[in-house]
Design a protein around this ligand. Structure first.
Ligand code: JD8
Length: 387
């Protein structure tokens, strides 16, 4: 893998020569080049920034030095990573995807950021990923570039000495890690949990899984939903069967009452649909239900139209909201999209801000175009690595 870094603080990236990437360079797995952007600023002061059009505080990085760098480094076809606070959150899934690339080019911004035309131009010749390290503000992109590099390089096949240690990591399966201990057995009055000294590997594995669940529920409940759903005996989604149609219609109508109230109308297809029509819809719509205590408590459906995976009827029974079930169902039905699907599409009530917030927080964006009366159309591109 070839890694190029464009920065005005090359010394900030010196750590790339150390530890992880350092070994990979020795073993030829990795080629790293750090470039000072000022070499492509030809005025007496090697100026790389200027005042923002439209006014405002701070300075913006000029496009020309980047353009010359792109030409000299021949970035066409590469994956260009732009750390930015306005980027999509960088995740382990991104790390796994970037680790499959032959060449990454990092644009490390400073000041108020980089002239947008640099990114628009790069997107015309390369695959641009604007990624954020997290919801806090740094002074530049270098630290984020270092973090992303470490998360990616350690996944390069043949790189990590003990590949199996990659398996049990946080964010691999949606659960945080269990607590770890080593000798001495007692330290400053703290004991290593007895279970870990029992030699009973089955019990140790169960204890560790429970520790992971407890920690995730406490610290990252947002992560818990998908994996909990997947691993929970009761809630696991099942394909709807014709016999489910009547009960599912009851759940549908109860869940769309809020929508009717929000839109001051009962003229919603959900209220006019018959059991037979819903049952027949199981043919064109891949329909899933979650049962708890023998009753259907949630449901969702999906169908392919062209290169889109249309998602519909995301519903959670009244009283079971805000357990992350809706988000988990959305994640689940997205995962059901066949190969070749490039985007997800769904509709929700134009007056239902709560639902619109729910979908936009899940990466969907309201788009123009045809949608059923009283609804807005939302789309989300499919992550490459989920193809
Ligand atoms: C790139 C310039 C500074 C940001 C005015 C402060 C990532 N998670 C993250 N937080 N901050 C960054 C980041 C900050 C950057 C640049 C990444 C380039 N700045 C700017 C906007 C407000 N200053 C980041 N990834």
């Amino acid at each position: 893998m070839k890694l190029d870094y464009l920065t005005i603080f090359p010394e900030y990236l010196a750590p790339l020569q150390l530890s992880l990437p350092g070994k990979a360079i020795e073993s030829g797995l990795l080629e790293i080049a750090v470039h000072d952007i000022r070499q492509w600023a030809h005025d007496r002061h090697n100026t790389v920034d200027d005042t923002p059009y439209g006014g405002g505080a701070g300075m913006v990085m000029k496009p020309e030095p980047f353009g010359e760098a792109f030409d000299e480094l021949a970035i066409a076809g590469a994956t260009v990573v732009v750390p930015t606070p306005s980027g999509r959150p960088f995740t382990q899934a991104d790390a796994e995807d970037l680790a499959t690339k032959d060449r990454l080019v990092f644009l490390c911004g400073r000041y108020e950021g980089i002239d947008q035309r640099v990114l628009d131009h790069a997107a015309s010749i390369a695959d641009v990923r604007e990624l954020s390290l997290g919801d806090y503000v740094l002074n530049g992109g270098e630290v984020a570039a270092l973090a992303i590099t470490e998360a990616v390089v350690r996944l390069i096949p043949g790189f990590m000495g003990n590949a199996e240690s990659l398996v049990e990591e946080s964010h691999q399966d949606g659960l945080l890690e269990y607590p770890s201990y080593t000798k001495p057995q007692t330290w400053r009055g703290h004991e290593v949990p007895e279970i870990l000294r029992s030699g009973n590997h089955g019990a140790i594995a169960a204890w560790r899984l429970e520790q992971r669940r407890v920690r995730t529920a406490e610290r990252r409940p947002d992560l818990l939903s998908v994996s909990e759903l997947a691993s929970s005996e009761s809630l696991r989604p099942e394909r709807a069967v014709p016999a489910d149609a009547a009960e599912l219609l009851v759940l549908t109508r109860s869940c769309w009452v809020n929508e009717a109230l929000a839109n001051q109308t009962l003229d919603l297809p959900h209220f006019h649909e018959t059991v037979e029509e819903l049952r027949d819809s199981f043919i064109e719509w891949e329909t899933w239900v979650c049962r708890e205590g023998g009753r259907i408590v949630a449901s969702v459906r999906g169908r392919q139209i062209g290169e889109d995976w249309h998602i519909g009827r995301v519903m959670v029974a009244v009283g079971l909201e805000s357990r992350g079930l809706g988000r988990a169902l959305l994640g689940f039905i997205e995962s059901r999209a066949p190969d070749g699907v490039g985007a997800y599409e769904l509709f929700t009530g134009s007056r239902n801000k709560r639902n619109q917030r729910f979908y936009t927080k899940s990466g969907y964006r309201i788009v123009s175009g045809d949608s059923p009366p009283g609804t807005v159309r939302l789309r989300k591109p499919r992550q490459r690595n989920s193809v």
